[in-house]
Design a protein around this ligand. Structure first.
Ligand SMILES: [Zn+2]
Ligand SMILES: [Zn+2]
Ligand SMILES: [Zn+2]
Length: 524
């Protein structure tokens, strides 16, 4: 994950985990004549880091942030025993997932977004417990359905209408799903269907007293997004099995975590830190540490206690020195180039980051131009020159999967965007063996875009990490925009529903957003 111009040494996973090197030799004495973050930065320039964030992983050399999983390829944040995951983001306990985003306990999916417990499905959004289905939005317990929305417990539905089994399969054949051209027109059709559905104000399932979006089995979670099996959280993105934590992202099992980013497991009382790998307790300002406790300002520490700036102390010395450092951080704060002041209690200054702004996920959620990034004092990474020798031009990719020969594997194929979009296009891509077998088995035509461009296409379909206070769009008999006609009369009668809520659907979006009550009356 570190670019080639990175200043500190980068080790492969095996070397980093091994006993062949000692992070303690880089230890420095705390110096009360300069700010803490300056000293941390000195340490940061010399201590080796692992090249890629992986924990108990097999055969996944090209994926970052993977834990307890195997055969993961060009994917991010794949955990909880997942297997065979390709070109996807945020997958938990799932198998054979391609080009999908935020998936739990599923198998054999292609282009699913925010889905749980689906099997053999393509282009499903906000759907659960569905099988053998295509192009569904907000459907639950459906088998052999397509081009439908808001369905519950249905079989053989097309355009929200019942078909006989025989007619259903005849219709499927007509779709010619193996052809990219037909698929593109079906994707366009799906866009129209999406506008007819009603949307629950938030995708919050089996949860209480919580706000945010994409929450499952949570309690007292406020302003949280993509969180499951958790309680008492605030301002959290992508976490599970978390308790009593605030302002964190990408964190598994942990408790009392605050101002924390990326890749936690079995952690307790972790503050202002980045990568508390596994079994880390009572630490502040650490980066990439594992199985340790009582750390302050440490990098790449393994199996140690009572360490400050990678230097060993006794328990008594540690407990005496830490309060003095905290006091010193407040008395002599770090001031960055833009004059921003960092005292104790703030996360690491952005200018200490090993990454440029546009190399991080920040660019996906809060995209800025190069000028804006530099203006704010962050780093920007310019596009790499690629110079790929294209072996297959984009227009020469076979339209139908049945016409694709095995020898296409590992050829350099041009991305349709040719590096001209703003989606971190890599200009070219390859089809690997497992991928081609999946496409053949599932009758999926070859993609036309590189994995990055495909990822950004999915990101455009996902709501931002932001809540707006809005009113239910149920106007009585119909939705505010007149597109959706209610099927029964609601508890609030013929007048407009008065209920207000926090939703991640911005007011100018086309989706028809209903409150929980109106939605439940229509959909169940
Ligand atoms: Zn591309
Ligand atoms: Zn309502
Ligand atoms: Zn209503």
């Amino acid at each position: 994950m570190y670019p080639s111009n990175t200043i500190f040494p980068v080790y492969c996973r095996e070397c980093w985990y091994s006993d062949k090197w000692n992070p303690m030799i880089y230890g420095i004495d705390y110096n009360f004549s300069k700010p803490f973050f300056e000293q941390f930065q000195e340490l940061s320039k010399i201590v080796p880091r692992f090249g890629i964030f992986q924990r108990n992983v097999i055969n996944s050399d090209y994926s970052n942030m993977v834990g307890e999983s195997r055969n993961v390829y060009l994917s991010i944040s794949i955990v909880l025993g997942s297997e065979n995951i390709f070109y996807s983001w945020g997958v938990d306990k799932s198998f054979n997932i391609f080009d999908s985003h935020s998936i739990k306990e599923s198998d054999s999916l292609y282009e699913n977004i925010e889905c749980e417990k689906n099997y053999n499905c393509q282009y499903l959004i906000l759907s659960r417990n569905c099988m053998n289905s295509y192009f569904l939005i907000d459907c639950i317990n459906c088998n052999n359905c397509m081009f439908s929305f808001n369905l519950r417990n249905k079989r053989f539905y097309i355009y929200n209408k019942q078909y006989s089994r025989e007619n259903y399969f005849n219709e499927i054949k007509k779709l010619n799903l193996g052809s990219r051209k037909s698929r593109e027109s079906l994707i366009y059709e799906f866009e129209i269907i999406k506008k007819q559905a009603i949307y629950r104000f938030a995708n919050i399932i089996k949860s209480i007293k919580s706000t945010g979006d994409n929450l499952l089995n949570v309690k007292n979670c406020i302003n949280c997004f993509n969180v499951h099996d958790a309680e008492n959280l605030k301002n959290i993105y992508r976490a599970f099995l978390q308790k009593d934590s605030m302002d964190i992202d990408y964190a598994g099992k942990g408790e009392l975590m605050y101002e924390y980013i990326t890749g936690a497991l079995n952690d307790y009382n972790v503050k202002f830190s980045y990568s508390a790998f596994d079994m880390v307790q009572n630490v502040e300002y650490i980066e990439s540490c594992i199985s340790s406790s009582n750390l302050f300002g440490c990098i790449s520490i393994k199996n140690k206690e009572n360490i400050i700036l990678n230097k060993q102390y006794t328990k008594e010395e540690y407990e005496a020195l830490v309060p003095k450092i905290i006091q010193h951080m407040n008395d002599m704060p770090y001031v960055d180039k833009k004059g921003r002041i960092y005292k104790y209690g703030e996360f690491f200054p952005a200018e200490l980051s090993s990454f440029a702004y546009n190399e991080t996920i920040a660019q996906e959620y809060f995209p800025l131009t190069k000028e804006e990034v530099l203006e704010q004092g962050y780093k920007w990474a310019d596009r790499e020159a690629r110079n790929y020798k294209i072996e297959i031009e984009n227009k020469d990719i076979p339209d139908h999967i049945k016409d694709v020969a095995e020898d296409i594997e590992n050829k350099v194929i041009a991305c349709e965007h040719g590096g001209k979009c703003k989606d971190q296009c890599t200009e070219a891509f390859k089809i690997i063996h497992e991928e081609l077998s999946f496409y053949k088995r599932m009758n999926i035509p070859l993609p036309r875009l590189c994995p990055n461009c495909r990822h950004y296409q999915r990101l455009k379909q996902r709501n931002p990490l932001k809540l707006w206070h809005r009113r239910c769009q149920c106007a009585g008999g119909k939705s505010d925009n007149g597109i959706y006609a209610n099927t029964i009369s609601h508890l609030h009668g013929d007048g407009h529903c008065p209920i207000e809520f926090e939703t991640s659907y911005a007011p100018d979006r086309p989706e028809i957003v209903y409150c929980e009550k109106c939605y439940q009356q229509e959909v169940y």
